[in-house]
Design a protein around this ligand. Structure first.
Ligand SMILES: *[C@@H]1O[C@H](CO)[C@@H](O)[C@H](O)[C@H]1NC(C)=O
Ligand SMILES: *[C@@H]1O[C@H](CO)[C@@H](O)[C@H](O)[C@H]1NC(C)=O
Ligand SMILES: *[C@@H]1O[C@H](CO)[C@@H](O)[C@H](O)[C@H]1NC(C)=O
Ligand SMILES: *[C@@H]1O[C@H](CO)[C@@H](O)[C@H](O)[C@H]1NC(C)=O
Ligand SMILES: *[C@@H]1O[C@H](CO)[C@@H](O)[C@H](O)[C@H]1NC(C)=O
Ligand SMILES: [Zn+2]
Length: 574
């Protein structure tokens, strides 16, 4: 079933309506039994392990619906240099964003850089700016509306962010090429600079694809929106305003699908593994402050606020979250897929992922690998502590900040309750009160008293920036998943990449962080954090020598150039 093509005989399968994911998964197990054994036979793997790998699949190519400039994108060297130049120019404008950046304003230098980027984009994409409606939203957010011919169809939304994480001034000299040079070394095929990976290539590939499609005379039936946030690396307030704006204009559940930054395509020995991210963990910063009476430190109580809070912290850290392997966690399919085809080499993990039916054994194997285990559990980290000001004065308050990334099967409430349980235990032991505050700047009236304060003092438990885990996006059985897959395969089976005999696999993935899509859940369930571009291992996002390859940029533009018309032609859902 997954080995589909847009030919007559397979159209019926392709046009099947999307069913609930659990059902789709069950069906998929049956279907893949036959399909994957074929794939695996080809690769020379033992076919006994097939059944387990429900979501690692080699798909047929989707014949691109529109191809005018495709060969130019893939094979023309001058053209490649021209898009590298476009990206380099965007990197040269330092759209750095800080956690404490001022509100968007034309009087602030930092935001003037965003205006410069806007002017630059307008100059680089003249066809697009002539044809497409461009709005500034939420300060320096950009919303491009390429109006479709059929307004009853839900729009397609392509996201990215314009901002970049700051370059730490003390590290500037460590860069091989200056961080805002956008230097391209042709021998290495690498473009250097902050934003070279995260996410200026995505900005360029969205805009470039539309620019070319307009030039080539393509007219979409379905409206295409390009929505570019301006502070993803900080609060993501810009994206929230963009999403709100889109919801106001089109309504709830009004979008066909959303693509944003996230997973890419890994190459391993001539095989390609595409990882659209279909889920995101939740988030909670918990600040716990303990207030106790002050006094002279020559007559202290047995336990000062520092000692009591320390006891709470030790208690909390002893209570480690359990790794539990949920069937619907896309990370499970991702690990199975990458392990099975050798992209992850870890014998112990391999044995338990592919050969053992024991969830417990698998959880133990995952626990040995910090990068994997946190895909299956909530993480907690005590990150900031402060308290006490003087050697001869008892500390009147001490506070600690606990950062949590919430398991996709858990919730903000469950996480908060667990922390509260430990606060309660400490409060009971030392006879202290407890109050809860929601939000960073909660006011007096918004405090919830759990236990009244006592002469010994009280805790304040502050819940900041709570974010529920994202809904898991549909995969097998879903129309958009097939279009993503088919477009990926046709891109990587070209001679520019693996050629027609290469194997291209698609599996859902998950990362630990969050993207701007966290503000877009009301618009559609079809959210894929994926740009179709080749991933560069060691691209050094967020650190010294961030870089990306020219090949990656080419693959991203080629993917988007096919994806937009493919959605237009091959989608059957309104
Ligand atoms: C480009 O990369 C090659 C290979 O790493 C290196 O030898 C050369 O010095 C680089 N060129 C520049 C201008 O940095
Ligand atoms: C890739 O090829 C190399 C060299 O032939 C081999 O050592 C390695 O095991 C291969 N990796 C995979 C995943 O097949
Ligand atoms: C969790 O949810 C329950 C039920 O809605 C509620 O009573 C409780 O206050 C919540 N806990 C926290 C810490 O918000
Ligand atoms: C989605 O809609 C609900 C109900 O209208 C609203 O409370 C919530 O804030 C919205 N979520 C986002 C991320 O905008
Ligand atoms: C627009 O799309 C809807 C939904 O697919 C379809 O029913 C309608 O015929 C289309 N209208 C035109 C003018 O193509
Ligand atoms: Zn990013």
């Amino acid at each position: 079933m997954s080995d589909y093509q847009a030919t007559g005989e397979n159209r019926t399968i392709f046009q099947r309506k999307n069913k609930a994911i659990s059902l789709a998964l069950k069906i998929a197990v049956l279907v893949i039994l036959t399909l994957v054994s074929l794939t695996v036979y080809k690769l020379g793997f033992d076919s006994e392990n097939e059944v387990i790998c429900t979501e690692c699949d080699s798909y047929g190519a989707l014949e691109p619906a529109f191809t005018s400039s495709l060969d130019k994108i893939l094979y023309n060297r001058e053209y490649k240099q021209s898009i590298i130049d476009k990206l380099a120019g965007a990197i040269q404008i330092p759209t750095e964003i800080f956690d404490d950046s001022p509100e968007p304003s034309p009087d602030v230098q930092l935001w003037q850089n965003f205006q410069k980027l806007h002017d630059y984009l307008e100059q680089q994409f003249p066809e697009l700016y002539a044809e497409v409606d461009v709005e500034k939203v939420g300060g320096y957010g950009l919303l491009y509306t390429w109006k479709g011919l059929n307004s009853t169809l839900k729009p397609l939304v392509l996201m990215a962010h314009q901002d970049v994480v700051p370059v730490e001034p003390s590290t500037v000299d460590l860069w091989t090429h200056p961080p805002f040079s956008g230097f391209y070394n042709e021998t290495e095929d690498l473009i250097y600079g902050r934003g070279a990976c995260d996410t200026k290539p995505l900005v360029i590939s969205h805009l470039e694809a539309v620019e070319l499609l307009i030039k080539d005379g393509f007219k979409p039936q379905r409206t295409v929106l390009i929505s570019l946030g301006c502070d993803e690396e900080a609060a993501g307030a810009c994206a929230a305003k963009l999403a709100e704006h889109i919801e106001k204009k089109y309504g709830r559940d009004s979008v066909y699908a959303i693509l944003d930054e996230g997973g890419g395509v890994l190459e391993e020995n001539g095989s390609y593994f595409a990882l659209p991210m279909t889920a995101e963990k939740g988030y909670l910063d918990a600040e716990i402050t303990l207030f106790t009476p002050g006094g002279h430190s020559s007559v202290p109580p047995d336990h000062t606020s520092i000692g009591i809070l320390s006891e709470f912290m030790v208690d909390l850290e002893k209570d480690i979250y359990e790794t539990h392997v949920g069937e619907h966690n896309p990370a499970l399919d991702m690990l199975k897929c990458l392990t099975k085809f050798g992209a992850i080499k870890n014998k112990d993990l391999e044995r338990h992922l592919l050969n053992s039916a024991s969830k417990k054994k698998l959880a133990e194997a995952l626990d040995a690998e910090p990068v994997y285990k946190y895909l299956f559990k909530t993480s907690q980290a005590l990150d900031i502590i402060s308290g006490g000001i003087k050697a001869n004065a008892l500390p009147e308050s001490v506070s600690v900040l606990l950062n949590n990334r919430i398991d996709i099967q858990s919730s903000v409430n469950e996480t908060a309750e667990r922390i509260l349980g430990h606060i309660r235990a400490t409060a009971d032991k030392f006879d202290l009160g407890i109050e809860i505050m929601i939000g960073r700047d909660a006011k007096e009236g918004e405090v919830q008293v759990i236990k009244p304060t006592t002469p010994n003092g009280h805790f304040i438990f502050k819940l900041m920036d709570p974010l529920e885990p994202a809904p898991v996006s549909p995969t097998l059985g879903s129309e958009i998943w097939k279009i993503l897959a088919g477009t990926t395969v046709s891109t990587y089976k070209t001679k520019a990449f693996g050629g027609k005999h290469s194997d291209v696999y698609l599996t859902p993935g998950m990362g630990g962080g969050n993207t701007d899509t966290k503000s877009y859940w009301n618009l559609t369930k079809n959210i894929y954090r994926y740009g179709g571009a080749l991933a560069l291992p060691g691209s050094n996002e967020h650190t010294v020598d961030e870089k990306n390859s020219g090949a990656s940029l080419v693959s991203g533009v080629a993917f988007m150039y096919q994806f937009i018309p493919n959605v237009d032609i091959y989608s059957t859902e309104a």
